[in-house]
Design a protein around this ligand. Sequence first.
Ligand SMILES: *[C@@H]1O[C@H](CO)[C@@H](O)[C@H](O)[C@H]1NC(C)=O
Ligand SMILES: *[C@@H]1O[C@H](CO)[C@@H](O)[C@H](O)[C@H]1NC(C)=O
Ligand SMILES: *[C@@H]1O[C@H](CO)[C@@H](O)[C@H](O)[C@H]1NC(C)=O
Ligand SMILES: *[C@@H]1O[C@H](CO)[C@@H](O)[C@H](O)[C@H]1NC(C)=O
Ligand SMILES: *[C@@H]1O[C@H](CO)[C@@H](O)[C@H](O)[C@H]1NC(C)=O
Ligand SMILES: *[C@@H]1O[C@H](CO)[C@@H](O)[C@H](O)[C@H]1NC(C)=O
Ligand SMILES: *[C@@H]1O[C@H](CO)[C@@H](O)[C@H](O)[C@H]1NC(C)=O
Ligand SMILES: [Fe+2]
Length: 463
Amino acid sequence: MPISIKLGIAGRLFTAALACRTLAATVPTGRLFIQSTSPEVPLYVYTPIPESGLEPRNIHLSFGDNETSVVVTWSTRNDTQSQVQLMSVQPPNATEKLYNGSSTIFVDSGTKKATQYVHRVTLPDLGWGGLFKYRCGSQATGWSDWFEFRTPKRGFSPRLAMFGDMGMVNAQSLPRLMQDASAGMYDAILHVGDFAYDMQEQDGATGDQFMQMIQPIAARLPYMTCVGNHEFMYNFSHYKNRFTMPKGFGGDGESMFYSFDLGPAHIIGISTEFYFFVEYGVDQLKSQYDWLQADLERASKNRAARPWIIIMGHRPMYCSNDDGDDCTFGALFMREGFLARWYPLEPLLQKYGVDLALWAHEHTYERMWPVTRLEVRNGSWAEPYSEPRGTVHVVTGSAGCRERHDTFGSPMYYSAFRSTDYGYTRMQIFNSTHLSLEQVSDDQQGRIIDRITIVQHNHGPFP
Ligand SMILES: *[C@@H]1O[C@H](CO)[C@@H](O)[C@H](O)[C@H]1NC(C)=O
Ligand SMILES: *[C@@H]1O[C@H](CO)[C@@H](O)[C@H](O)[C@H]1NC(C)=O
Ligand SMILES: *[C@@H]1O[C@H](CO)[C@@H](O)[C@H](O)[C@H]1NC(C)=O
Ligand SMILES: *[C@@H]1O[C@H](CO)[C@@H](O)[C@H](O)[C@H]1NC(C)=O
Ligand SMILES: *[C@@H]1O[C@H](CO)[C@@H](O)[C@H](O)[C@H]1NC(C)=O
Ligand SMILES: *[C@@H]1O[C@H](CO)[C@@H](O)[C@H](O)[C@H]1NC(C)=O
Ligand SMILES: *[C@@H]1O[C@H](CO)[C@@H](O)[C@H](O)[C@H]1NC(C)=O
Ligand SMILES: [Fe+2]
């Protein structure tokens, strides 16, 4: 298995953890039918990518530098112009507006050196509470289908769906997520690392197929991402080239670390992978850490406007799975830094009172009691979490992939709820004091198996 020899210094410590995580499966090239566990959820029928070379594919949205700006990203095989036609449906406006953008050439590093052009068009300042339709492509080479999206209403309470570890094969949560999305249940999606399994396979065709599979959701809702270990090949080139995360608060400009404001929250995406794939450069640990500290400093001064600070990254700081070293040495690196020493993240979570930390990587769902520096804090041991004095950590990596489920060891003292069911997490940030999470089980026909509200009137540093 090539992964084990590609892991580098830190990675070699964790080879055992990864070796058992691969299950051979080939990606079907034809139509793919994904059946939900519930009869009322429509069958997802995936139709392969158009191969004309000019036709837009892998269309997805992300937030621009503010909540009323959207970036459309897509790809073509051939070099075409990058244009978006936008029409306002609500309020109605029959005149479409043309936006120009730009493209970058992306060459996969596999033997075929498969080439594609990734197009990005920013639709800035669309205003609150609008309903739009758009298509992308170009006047000269043709357009995609039309897709609708909304901008949030002023003063909205953001609703998000979040999950990690979703693959092309066995994407268990996808049919229900599609149904939720078409019912208008969300303002955005958070995909917390590990896509496609793996995007660079078949000279990148697996990545193209995955992005096409997710398009019905991602072309209608901002699809906000962070990087996982499965994106490690070629210095994370597939991840960096395919996504367009916001740059308004700085970051690396390649979607590896960045942040954005959403309603009453400031949301940060980081690369936990810098701590493990150190052969790509230890300097990245420092640049991410320095940026994160500055971003948290700025966000903590803006807490009156955006009281919730939420961080997402792929590998957990806390978990109780028994599938190797992820929840022992891996989590230690996440809390205490590379080799338990350099650029430790948990002191930052404590100093700036990060309210919620979202992780994945373990193919399970686990909610912790509010915990800081291995200590379960006040405001715990009951629903709701009332005025917690520690970060609430949640691991949600069970959307389904070819590696299937992980298993748990004995619960840790910080484990509050655990499930090995396939599923995903819904979050609603009601206002400055109330945020709720619920876990949807795909194994149990969409039943909510866990629900927690966090009530916090005193956002700020933890003791
Ligand atoms: C919002 O973000 C867009 C880019 O995404 C930028 O062009 C625009 O100037 C920003 N607007 C404000 C009011 O900051
Ligand atoms: C796309 O590019 C390829 C390779 O350069 C070329 O052979 C082909 O004719 C192009 N297709 C179209 C439709 O322009
Ligand atoms: C709506 O119509 C006006 C002209 O009446 C135009 O200037 C504007 O760009 C249009 N907006 C959109 C989003 O189509
Ligand atoms: C977009 O690009 C086209 C083709 O290059 C050009 O004709 C048009 O004026 C541009 N439109 C805008 C709004 O920049
Ligand atoms: C990997 O990518 C980062 C950021 O693009 C760069 O700084 C680093 O030098 C690269 N590492 C290698 C080994 O190419
Ligand atoms: C927890 O609560 C108790 C009693 O309410 C209080 O005495 C103690 O100082 C609190 N501890 C922390 C860490 O906030
Ligand atoms: C915040 O939202 C919660 C849950 O909907 C609600 O009970 C509470 O009254 C709200 N608080 C304020 C200040 O609006
Ligand atoms: Fe992972």
